[in-house]
Design a protein around this ligand. Structure first.
Ligand SMILES: O=C(O)c1[nH]c(=O)[nH]c(=O)c1I
Length: 310
């Protein structure tokens, strides 16, 4: 019922975590692997372990979340070792998220991944909004094209990019033109909406410590922007480049909407943070019920089939 074919593999469910949520440690990744999620993605890794930004650096409201984690992670080798062990146990491919502190780090990490026996999907994060002094790479079109040219000069494993939200049709056009030049397996839209601000009016204060309270926004706040980005890239990209829909998925209905816009896989961040891994069973059940009510027996029957008003 919920099977989805992604590149050369058919996952039992399109649901997975969004990088950064419940995926820092081996224990957390094991919990995802033992949940109803179809697969998982690691926290974005850097060459060396990083502490990240000072706390509090994450805060929830009933409509979503704000975070300025600052790319904390246990370092590339930790995750490669974990995935090495896991690959010996199961054949379900997983996602390895690679962030960059610099172009050089990027290339070095990807070269190690290419030479390793990792056989899952690589998610190149071009959209971290919270590393001080670092602009989001994917808002620099020339830099994005430069990085992808370099990456695909040596990387042969299935790779996709994690993009920030765009808000201008011209930017969808420009970005899709660049992405269509490369043998990408997928595009993941969207990352958090960068540099929002959530305030505590009683205390007349911001709610997170880093960056004077500025951070990436997730949850219900961002679903309309996420759906637009999923749809915009779905209609512009070569059909060989599949879309992962991320942003604002809190229910089976939200999941249904992302698939209608063209998503093949669905990542859940804020709602997973709030609810824990049991969120995957709930959303799977809700999505299955919606499909049955509408007479669909599999995802492909309505995937990308969003209608416009004639
Ligand atoms: O602050 C983070 O660690 C972070 N936070 C986000 O919301 N998206 C990202 O890609 C990252 I690397």
């Amino acid at each position: 019922m919920l099977e989805t074919t992604f590149h050369d593999y058919t996952f039992q469910s399109p649901l997975m975590n969004a990088s950064g949520v419940h995926c820092m440690s081996a224990e957390q990744l094991d919990e995802l692997a033992n949940s109803k999620a179809g697969t998982f993605v690691t926290k974005s890794v850097t060459k060396k372990k990083r502490q990240g930004n000072p706390e509090p650096r994450y805060y929830e409201t009933n409509l979503g979340s704000i975070n300025s984690m600052g790319l904390p992670n246990l370092g590339f080798d930790y995750y490669l070792d974990y995935l090495d062990k896991r690959q010996k146990m199961t054949s379900t491919p997983v996602f390895f998220s690679v962030a960059s502190m610099s172009m050089q780090d990027n290339i070095e990490t990807l070269k190690k991944l290419e030479d390793s026996n990792f056989r899952g999907f690589t998610e190149l994060n071009l959209s971290c909004p919270n590393v001080l002094g670092k602009p989001q790479v994917a808002y620099d079109f020339d830099m994005t094209e430069k990085i992808l040219t370099e990456v695909f000069s040596f990387f042969t494993k299935p790779l996709g990019v994690k993009l920030p939200p765009y808000f201008d049709i011209a930017h969808f056009d420009q970005m899709a033109t660049i992405l269509n030049k490369f043998p990408l397996t997928f595009v993941n839209s969207i990352n958090s909406v960068g540099n929002g601000l959530i305030i505590n009016p009683e205390k007349e204060q911001v709610v997170i410590k880093p960056k004077e309270g500025f951070g990436g926004i997730g949850g219900q706040y961002i679903k309309p922007t996420a759906l637009a980005n999923v749809r915009a890239f779905y209609v512009r990209l070569n059909p060989s480049i599949q879309i992962i829909g991320t942003g604002g998925i809190t229910s089976g209905l939200d999941a249904f909407e992302h698939i209608l816009c063209g998503a093949s896989m669905l990542q859940i961040g804020t709602q997973l943070y709030k609810e824990g891994p049991k969120v995957f069973a709930r959303i799977s059940d809700e999505l299955t019920t919606i499909m049955k009510t509408k007479g669909y027996t599999d995802i492909q029957q309505f995937q990308g089939k969003l209608k416009t008003l004639e």
